[in-house]
Ligand binder design. Structure first.
Ligand code: ADP
Length: 408
């Protein structure tokens, strides 16, 4: 069966078509700048054939139409008609406490995604637009929602409740939810298979997954279940990210408003868009540029690099403590997969936890030795494992879609 995976952002739509009999990607694409004069589609077939075009795409419905046209085109398509799409998997950011697993989409699920828009105002509304448009275009196939928050629904209460008055949770749903769940689930599953082959059964496994991209988060995965994660009520908590601040004393927000006279919108913009790597380094949010500036002796860039790694290292220690041990640390995401120096600094001094980098194996991505998508960069005689795993959220969504259908 072919499964179409759709990921809608506010002005973009990513898609990928999988043949799930072999779990191979047939084609993928990106429609960008929807609703503007500069809208365009980039489509790539697995054999490397590329199609790019500037097309007017006023909304997500037209964008999905364009994606389907590209997939069925005689020149650069991979299927003859829409009938060859057997199901659609949708990435949805927030499923709140209602969805601990992926579900088949019906009116009630759509309503719930809509209801949780207040929790993810930038993400759930475009996710829902994509779902509605795709269900209109492909009404006869099953549509499945895969939630970013679902994997972290296994966190125990003491990990997800904030130290606020109880009513804040009970009446307003203010708690830690966690995000990037599909990626943490995918890489922890892969790491789990790796450990199982080394005689550590899944039930005993203690894994820390580090998804370091533009957004960054970590998870403590014990016995295959997420028991803690760094992002919280929103994706602003936790690690220092590209432009987001991560952990912060909440009193700072009050100070910014009361003493510096900043408006709530200004504070929001600062914490989300002007902080993190960009705000600290002054050379932008791309780790490559900060590495370059740091290597050239720029002090602020060096501090930024240290601070980023320090926060990751701190959480590895915290998660080893809450899991009562550590078998494996996994790096993934744009920084986690590519930046061998950051990986080195993030685990520096963790020999006491059994995590030791082998500098001969921890190399730039093009030189890493991947076996089945996993590069082992740990010292051979270390107690724990250190892995780089290429994340594949789209494949995970396609797998879930097949599983939900199989479960009826
Ligand atoms: P997103 O979170 O948007 O999916 P990615 O996971 O693709 O993003 O990560 C993007 C980030 O990865 C870039 O902003 C950059 O900081 C970092 N990155 C990509 N390639 C490299 C590299 N070779 N070295 C260091 N950092 C890199």
């Amino acid at each position: 069966m072919n499964v179409l995976v759709i990921n809608c952002g506010s002005s973009s739509l990513k898609y990928e078509l999988y043949d799930m009999t072999t779990e191979t990607s047939l084609a993928n694409g990106l429609c960008e700048r929807l609703g503007t004069d500069g809208a365009n589609i980039e489509h790539e077939r697995a054999d490397g054939v590329v199609y790019e075009a500037d097309v007017a795409m006023p909304d997500h419905r037209v964008a999905i139409g364009q994606a389907v046209e590209a997939l069925t085109s005689p020149e650069h398509g991979v299927i003859g008609s829409l009938d060859e799409i057997g199901a659609v998997g949708h990435r949805v950011v927030h499923g709140a406490e209602e969805f601990a697993q992926s579900v088949r989409i019906d009116e009630q699920v759509e309503d719930a995604i809509d209801r949780f828009s207040g929790l993810a105002p930038l993400h759930n509304p475009p996710n829902l637009l994509g779902i509605r448009a795709a269900r209109e275009l492909l009404p006869h196939v099953a549509h499945v929602a895969v939630f970013d928050t679902a994997f972290h629904q296994s966190m125990p209460r003491h990990a997800y409740i904030y130290g606020l008055p109880w009513e804040m949770y009970a009446e307003h749903g203010i708690r830690r939810y966690g995000f990037h769940g599909t990626s943490h689930r995918y890489v922890s599953l892969r790491a789990g298979q790796f450990l199982a082959e080394r005689a550590i059964p899944v039930a005993d496994q203690k894994i820390v997954t580090c998804h370091l991209g533009n957004g960054c988060s970590m998870a403590a995965v014990k016995g295959g279940r997420s028991i803690d994660t760094t992002m919280g009520y929103t994706p602003l908590e936790g690690l220092v990210m590209g432009t987001r601040c991560g952990d912060l004393d909440p009193a700072i927000v009050l100070y910014l408003a009361q003493d510096l006279g900043m408006t709530l919108d200004e504070i929001d913009h600062m914490l989300q868009k002007q902080s993190g790597l960009a705000g600290l380094s002054g050379v932008g949010n791309d780790m490559r540029d900060i590495q370059k500036a740091g290597a050239a002796g720029d002090e602020r860039a060096r501090l930024t690099l240290d601070l980023f790694a320090y926060r990751v290292r701190k959480y590895i220690g915290a998660y080893a403590a809450v899991m009562g041990g550590l078998d494996c640390v996994v790096f993934t995401g744009g920084i986690g997969e590519n930046d061998y120096l950051q990986r080195r600094w993030c685990v520096q001094g963790l020999e006491f936890l059994g995590i030791v980098e082998d500098p001969q194996k921890n190399l730039p991505k093009s030189e890493l030795v991947f076996t089945d998508g996993i590069a082992d960069i740990g010292a051979d005689d270390a107690r724990g494992c250190l892995l780089v795993i290429e994340t594949d959220e789209e494949l995970m969504i396609a797998r879930d879609t097949v599983e939900v259908l199989a479960a009826g």
